[in-house]
Design a protein around this ligand. Sequence first.
Ligand code: FE2
Ligand code: FE2
Ligand code: FE2
Length: 407
Amino acid sequence: MKLQHIDIHSAITALSCALDLVGVDEIRHGKRVAVIARAIAQHLNWSEIESLSILYSGMLHDCGVSRIHEHRQITEMLEWEGAEGHCIRGADYLSACPPLAHLSAEIRYHHTRWENLLKLPVDDRIRLRANLLFLADRIDVLQTPFLNTGRILIEYPAIIDRIKTLSGILFAPELVEAFADIADVEAFWLAMEPEYLDEDLQRIGSHIPTTLLDIPALKELARLFSRVVDAKSPYTDEHSQRVAHIARQLAIDFGIKGYELEQVEIAGLLHDIGKLRVSEDIIDKPAGLTLEERATMHRHSYDTFRILQRVFDDSKIPVWAGFHHETLLGDGYPFKTEKKELDLECRIIAVADIFQALAQQRPYRHPMSLEYILNDLQSRVAAGRLDAEVVAKLTENADLYFRLAVI
Ligand SMILES: [Fe+2]
Ligand SMILES: [Fe+2]
Ligand SMILES: [Fe+2]
C-alpha cells in the first residue's frame, strides 16, 4: 500500500482533470486559468507559496460547477446573472475540506467585480487573489473561441485591449497592467495548447518540494470531489458518499481493515467521478436512452479509472472504483473483466452501487422498497452477475445497510 506517498500537486492536478471534464468540448479551462493566474502572480513578484496556491485555486475555481449547462454559461458570457451560485457552492465545498479550506474565501469572490469587491469587508490579500482568478478566468473565456487554431495569434491584441477597458471596473488595475505586460507576446498564448499546458504543470510539480497527503486528508479530498459529482443531478444527491459508507461497512463485515479499508472508502467516494463528463440531460432523462446516450453514459467508469490512475497510481483504488459496472459473467463494462479477476473490493463496490441506486429515486422510477431491492439483488446473483457472498452479507444486516443507503 503506497497511499501515503501521494502529493498534493499531483492530486490536485489530476482531480482538476475531472472538474475540467464538465466542459465536455473544451476540457482544460481550469488548468489554463491556473497557469494564467500563476504567470501574473509571478510577474508581480508574489512569493513562491502565493504563486503556487493561486495555481491550485485556478485549477479548483469552478468546483461549484457540476452541470454542463452551467459550465456553458460560464464559458460563453463575460458576466451573467446567477454567477454567484457556483462561487458560493464552491466556497462551501472547499471550506468543508481541511486541506483546501484556505482557498475557500477567494473562490467565493471569483466572479465579483473589482469595484464591488472594494466595498466588501474582505481582507486585501483575498481581494486581490479572488480578482486575479476572475481576471484569469475571463481571459480564458475570451481566448476560448480561438484556442488551438492559429487565430489566437491574430486575436490576442484585441483581447488585451478589451481587458484594459475593464480595468478598475471588473479587474484591479495592477493585475490588468501585469497581464498586459506579459501577454503581448505570442509565447504567452501558445503555451495554452493542451500538450504544453500539461507539460508545464508537470514541470512545476517536479520543481516544488513534495507535500504528502495523509489518509485523512486524502479522504477529505475524495469527499470534496464526491460532492461535486453528486451535485450533477438532484437524483444522485449523496449517492457517492452513501456508496462509500455501504462499501466500507461491507468491507468491515468481510474483515478488511487498515489501509485497505480506507482505500475501499476512497474508491466508493470516487467511483462515479467520470460522470462529470456526462451531460445532465442524459443523467436526468426520464425515458430510455438512445444508443448514443447509452454509449456516452457507459464511458464514465473508464474515465473514473483513468483519472484515478493519475492520482493513485500505486494503489488498487483505480481498479476498485473503475470496475463498478463489471459483472461476474464478464458482460459489464468497460473491461469485461470476469469473476476470477475481480477483487472482492470490486465486487463489494458493485453491490453497494446498485443497492444505493435502487434505494434512491431516479428520473424513470420511484425509490424501491428494501424488500424489492433484496429480491432484485438476488435475481442478479441467480443470473450470475453479482457476488452471492457479498449480497448475503448485506442481506444479513439489511436494515442497517438500508439506513446507510437512504436515511
Ligand atoms: Fe467561475
Ligand atoms: Fe457508475
Ligand atoms: Fe454509482
